[in-house]
Design a binder for this molecule. Sequence first.
Ligand SMILES: Cc1cc2nc3c(=O)[nH]c(=O)nc-3n(C[C@H](O)[C@H](O)[C@H](O)COP(=O)(O)OP(=O)(O)OC[C@H]3O[C@@H](n4cnc5c(N)ncnc54)[C@H](O)[C@@H]3O)c2cc1C
Length: 513
Amino acid sequence: MTSHHEQIHVGTAAQPADAFFTDWRQVQAATYDFIVIGTGPAGVAFVERALARNPHARILVLERGGYALPMHVQMLPPPFRALDRHTPMLGGRSTSWSVWCPAPEPALLRGWPQALVDVTRKPGFWADARSFLHVTGADAIDDSVYGCLQRQLDLRLGDNFRHCVPSALDAHAAPLAVSGDAGPGPSFHPYCTVGTLLGLWQRQKTRAAQERGSMLAIVDHCTVERLLHDDAGRVSALATNRGPLGVGDARIVLAMGALSPAALLIRSFGARLPNAGKRCTGHLMSRIAARVKRSAFRDLSALELGACYLHGRATGGLQYHVQVSAFASSHPEQDADAIACETPDAAALPSPAQLRGSEQHVLLVCTVLGEVGEDNPGNGVGQDGADLRLRAGPMELQLWDVMDDAACQTIAALASRSGVAPAIEYWIEEGDAGYWQAERPEAHQVRLPVIVDEASALWIGEDAAGSVVGLDYRPHGVDNVYVTGAALFPTAGSWNPTLTVCGLAQDLADRIV
Ligand SMILES: Cc1cc2nc3c(=O)[nH]c(=O)nc-3n(C[C@H](O)[C@H](O)[C@H](O)COP(=O)(O)OP(=O)(O)OC[C@H]3O[C@@H](n4cnc5c(N)ncnc54)[C@H](O)[C@@H]3O)c2cc1C
């Protein structure tokens, strides 16, 4: 377990962990072309693309967290996996996210300006984002754990989902950000931006020594608190916890997640940005776990995992999706490490209580995410980011029924062999323990009291009256600040946001570098 004060510092004598951080006084004396705030997927996707376009670009990266984890928390030894997900750290939420990376088709981008939808249709938009995040289909993971079970899940869903799940639009093997770099080693490697960022730092150092590029400057434990600007909306300095930083001619890229950039802009620009924080969307969540006898599947080996993605819509138009993670282990205790390392959904690992006694079963654990729409009066975020108001309205409650039904229908479709439905047992959680029962759980037993994947607080649009950020990614009336990340999404859909976030960050780099 880590906290703000006790982080795991990793390094060797030859390469101290903090060697890649630049001294603050040096930073204050230097000039930059771009100042990027945030080292999560959005910030690093921007930096990578920017340096690919111009290795001489002088880039400063500021991050409020520190260097704590070199890789995704899922790949660490067991005592370190119980990470406090709220501790800021280099890499942002990529250090602990689940790695589902669907690409929303244009029809799912409800309320997005056509110009932005067209950006997502540009050749290479999705391919480049997938390449950055190392995305692969669960059906293409080539190791001994994904294989036979995955193929059977794909076949059953592919054949059946339309008539088994009436509200579904599509279903396929899960797209996951897990393909390791080429070479030996595990082929299931949850993506985290820290390695990419350090690799870019190393490459720029080499390039700078050969006068083929500029050093990449990275400063950790640096919280940007306010943007100081003139009447024309031009930012001249950043107020940070380390002291002020003159901006000069640099362009500032806010890649700070979904809520922090809204809080920063509201604090800094106040009434100049009247719509900032007035909208907030996100995802409702249920978790439904079930099991069926192994005999419902063919030729399974002792340990098998699988992952499928199904998405659909309620009649009111709000979207949902089901992330199914499947587990078959004949020796759960012995397999505990392999299951934890290769689980597709880091936030939905089956509990020891679920695995124990399930040696002769296949577990199907569904995380079900549904859209919180943009029209709920009162939803929004204020200037300290903590005063988030994000509640479900009547449309979302209707969606919640549809998506829970869809998850149970998906489980039934996946469990059926040659059209024959086996007995399904559902998990009822009671604290650290729980039990299996034949009846489907009630809503209160599966619905989680959280809304995740917050978005839209700085939604993008054509004009200042109807949005916060313009189509050029700059807040209306602000000169040298650009926003990237899910704060831009006019609506959140239900799809996991990070692939789209990275595509838009790459598009920003294409436009301004
Ligand atoms: C448990 C969990 C599971 C998830 N699963 C999925 C999934 O399966 N698929 C998916 O697509 N997404 C998933 N997500 C969401 C995903 O993590 C985010 O979409 C993604 O990290 C967004 O990238 P980002 O760079 O915009 O923001 P972040 O990753 O949040 O990075 C923002 C960075 O900005 C820094 N920062 C913020 N404010 C300041 C400041 N004032 N000064 C300096 N630095 C600042 C932060 O410390 C952070 O490093 C999950 C998230 C969680 C928590």
